[in-house]
Design a protein around this ligand. Structure first.
Ligand code: PMT
Length: 402
């Protein structure tokens, strides 16, 4: 069953971002009930939000005069999460003061789900001690307050008070709705290709877009883990809420991964790391006629093999294998040789699997020998299945079963 989001919209210029947030929620198959204050309708029309949310939009307490109106209770009861974005100083003060004089402020006290408040206002209003005291009170009683962004504001001032982008609010919502079963876990994820310089104009690289690794990092963060992402050049945005360390070469990735390794519980290596690099990479551009003889390659560090040698007993190491033939034999060999706990095998010759697709078809191999072939699914869903296995493995380690 998809989640239901109750989205409260109040009268700030940042309401222009709300249609973008509604689209993201609907695309993620969430049901969106929009409740707007009268002031909000000055900035974005109820018709726009009704169309995008594919639901009626509530703008006043009394609905049609000829029928009993307890919609504020049914709207509160049906919500898996309530979000107020943008949240003006006015709505923040009214909620903190227990005022319930319109539909939105009447719904809030009836909520039984998480409430995410996204303040948006002029920097001086935001810094006002009364507004800050109201926000601290709401935090004390269990509301989630999302820090506004800082930058140029519509009123001409610069400073904190900007409503975060829809993608950031969406990530915060997903993080609050879903299971936070990775809370407290520290996870290092690698993603994307590496680029090995050949000369001033050319590099050796591969087809990795970074979608698989960033999906793992995003879902891990949404499920409560603290995530560091070491990634080569990505074709996709790194997820919000993770610490992103950009690298280019396999040696840079090797150095940064080894730096982080002692402080993490789990490593998931989805990056496509080059096994070799040009022996010499000059600062000039190699002439066409000399190119063929310039491709003298030397080995790069095998990062995951090194992690397998030094990992502590309670650390979990998950590798990927990009194969095209003898896939299971090659994958089993990697699982054993590199001392992995799990190996995610993808036959990158299969349509819809591997490089640069939004989907993947994987088989999860366990150290115990167990194999779990999964059907074609989104890389987000593959990420969740991998993380489910990590949770189980972690439980076994903590109970001394492995
Ligand atoms: O990024 P996408 O476009 O979404 O594509 C996803 C993917 C196909 C890149 C991903 O699903 C995948 O298969 N990643 C691993 C690709 C790879 O390098 O496979 P491999 O069999 O060559 O390496 C096996 C494992 O060793 C991998 O975990 C790899 O990160 C690691 N490795 C490899 C070489 C090296 N020098 N150091 C390593 O740590």
């Amino acid at each position: 069953m998809s989640s239901t989001v109750l989205l409260g919209v109040t009268g700030g210029i940042a309401a222009y971002k709300v249609p973008g947030l509604v689209r993201l929620l609907v695309k993620a198959e969430m049901r969106v009930n929009v409740v707007m204050t009268q002031a909000a309708a000055q900035f974005v029309t109820p018709l726009t939000l009704a169309t995008l949310s594919e639901n009626p939009v509530w703008t006043d307490m009394w609905g049609q005069r000829n029928r009993p109106s307890v919609e504020h209770i049914s709207l509160a009861d049906s919500a898996d999460i309530a979000v107020i974005a943008p949240a003006t100083a006015n709505i923040i003060g009214k909620i903190a003061g227990g005022i319930a004089d319109d539909l939105l402020t009447t719904i809030v006290p009836a909520l039984k789900c998480p409430l995410l408040i996204c303040p948006s206002m002029n920097v001086n209003m935001y810094r006002n001690p009364i507004v800050q005291e109201n926000l601290q009170k709401l935090t004390r009683v269990g509301c989630h307050v999302m820090e506004p962004d800082a930058g140029y504001l519509a009123c001409g001032w610069t400073g904190e008070g900007r409503l975060p982008e829809p993608e950031a609010i969406f990530e915060a919502i997903v993080g609050l709705i879903g299971p936070r079963d990775l809370e407290g876990m520290r996870i290092l994820v690698t993603a994307g290709p590496t680029e090995e310089p050949l000369d001033a104009a050319r590099v050796l690289t591969n087809r990795s877009s970074g979608k698989m690794g960033t999906a793992v990092a995003r879902r891990a963060a949404q499920r409560g883990a603290s995530v560091v992402l070491v990634a080569g050049p990505l074709k996709v945005q790194p997820p919000i809420g993770v610490r992103h360390i950009p690298v280019r070469t396999a040696r840079e990735m090797h150095e940064r991964v080894l730096d982080e390794f002692p402080n993490v519980d789990v490593v998931i290596k989805a990056a496509a790391v080059a096994d070799f690099r040009p022996a010499v990479s000059g600062t000039g551009k190699i002439k066409k006629q000399d190119l063929g003889s310039s491709l003298n390659l030397v080995k790069n560090p095998d990062i995951i093999a090194e992690l397998g040698r030094i990992k502590a007993k309670n650390q979990i190491l998950v590798g990927f294998a990009a194969e095209t033939d003898n896939v299971l034999d090659n994958a089993r060999a990697k699982l054993k040789e590199k001392n992995l706990d799990l190996l995610v095998l993808n036959d990158v010759s299969k349509p819809g699997a591997g490089f640069d697709h939004d989907t993947n078809i994987v088989t999860i191999l366990h150290r115990s020998g167990r194999q779990e072939p999964l059907d074609l699914m989104s890389k987000e869903k593959v990420a969740d299945r991998i993380l489910d296995r990590v949770v189980k493995l972690r439980e076994e380690i903590m109970c001394g079963k492995t």
